[in-house]
Write a protein that binds this ligand. Structure first.
Ligand code: HEC
Ligand code: HEC
Length: 364
């Protein structure tokens, strides 16, 4: 190609980029569907100006093309997350059930919704939710945007259109939405901003991340020895894969299968459309939770039945709870008392140092 043609190509590209940058970030239509996720960009966090903790730096976040991260959107999402004006009762925010100081869960077995009715399942931590394509314990929500819209309506009783209008009456929000989306508050904008904020919630920079990984440290230190027990002796890494300590898949480990009417888990959401063997393996199957930050948010499991970390770990070491659909990767593991102690030390070391989360000042 001649130099002139190259010049034209470069000029054309520059113009296209300029045009793309000039276009306002219009919020995408509401109810992002499976298509939105299929077109998802899997982006490494370095591309964005929030700092990913060291231990997770190589782990790609799942970000749909329709909702790219931006600093403004994350900051706006943080305000919305802590704002009770998002609920029907004006009394409840995302924080009500997802408290930063409780590992972004709430310490309850089952949390009451806005109308006092109990949730069927235990509130999970939000650590690492941005790594997931399928959200909720059974994976029924495709992408964070769809899940957050469901939570906003279901947990908080929101009428999204009405609440977007109400936020439009708040000068601080009007300005923030105008700067972020070049538009007044809309339900889709609210959901996108919340999802962007949730994508920044991580348990990186933990004692384990800071521990030197040379042979001596791994042998002389309880946390280091515990990491070996976790991956080699007890083989927990068959499902809890580093660095997130989750495979983002669904397994039956038997929790709740001894109840009178067991929660069918993923099988209840996958319908007749699923292959018979997939469906059978999904009975009582729930998402492998991340173990980052795990010590911060007892009680444990989808039904919140294990009150302490030690209790949850002992149940997993015992091979779960026997039932017909039990995942064959979970088998009983015999540990010495020292190995069990080291294993618990390792799991404790996967949590960030305790700190109070500085709440944002809400706009008026
Ligand atoms: C009344 C309590 C409550 C409130 C309020 C609430 N949640 Fe949740 N959240 C839950 C429960 C319970 C689940 C698990 C439900 C399930 O799996 O069936 C959940 C699940 C989630 C998940 C999925 C995590 C995962 O690992 O799959 C995310 C993300 C989340 N909530 C974010 C939010 C956001 C953002 C808000 C505010 C718009 C919010 N939640 C408000 C109780 C609540
Ligand atoms: C077959 C896959 C698999 C293996 C192997 C496995 N886990 Fe799990 N783990 C899960 C699943 C799935 C859950 C969620 C179960 C539920 O709530 O119904 C879970 C839950 C947990 C929890 C509770 C976390 C929370 O946030 O509620 C802990 C702690 C845990 N596992 C530790 C371990 C340890 C330690 C090992 C090794 C001894 C191990 N797991 C082996 C799949 C596995």
């Amino acid at each position: 190609m001649s130099r002139t043609v190259w010049g034209l190509v470069v000029l054309g590209l520059a113009f296209a980029l300029f045009e793309a940058a000039r276009r306002p970030l219009a919020p995408p239509p509401l109810e992002p569907t499976a298509e939105a996720i299929e077109g998802a960009l899997t982006v490494t966090p370095e591309a964005f100006s929030f700092t990913m903790p060291e231990g997770l730096i190589d782990q790609p976040l799942v970000v749909p093309a329709a909702n790219p991260l931006s600093v403004e959107k994350i900051a706006l999402g943080e305000l919305l997350f802590f704002d009770p004006r998002l609920s029907a009762t004006q009394q409840m925010s995302c924080e009500t059930c997802h408290l930063p100081e409780r590992g972004w869960a709430d310490g309850l077995t089952q949390s009451p919704k806005f109308d006092g009715s109990p949730n069927a399942r235990h509130t999970p931590s939000l650590y690492g939710a941005g790594f997931l394509r399928e959200l909720y314990w059974d994976g029924r929500a495709q992408g964070l945007e769809a899940q957050i819209l469901a939570a906003w309506e279901g947990q908080m009783g929101a009428d999204p259109d009405r609440i977007a209008d109400e936020l439009g009456q708040v000068a601080g929000y009007r300005d923030a939405f105008s700067e972020t989306f070049d538009a007044p508050p809309t339900p889709a904008g609210i959901v996108d901003a919340l999802a962007s904020f949730v994508r920044t919630i991580h348990a990186g920079d933990t004692t384990w991340d800071r521990l030197p990984k040379d042979a001596a440290s791994l042998e002389t230190n309880a946390v280091g020895r515990g990491s070996g027990v976790f991956s080699e002796v007890a083989q927990c890494t068959l499902c809890h894969l580093p660095p997130v300590y989750s495979d983002a898949l669904f397994h039956n480990v038997g929790i709740g299968m001894d109840a009178d009417v067991p929660d069918q888990g993923r099988a209840a959401y996958l319908t007749a459309a699923a292959e018979a063997d997939v469906l059978a393996a999904s009975v009582g199957a729930f998402k492998t939770p991340t173990l980052r930050g795990v010590a911060d948010h007892p009680p444990y499991f989808h039904d919140g039945t294990a009150e302490t970390l030690a209790e949850a770990v002992d149940l997993m070491l015992a091979g779960g709870i026997a039932n017909d659909a039990l995942d064959e990767k979970l088998v009983p593991r015999q540990l010495t008392p020292e190995q069990r102690r080291d294993l618990l030390a390792f799991l404790e070391a996967l949590s960030p140092d305790a700190a109070t989360y500085p709440r944002p000042v809400l706009p008026e």
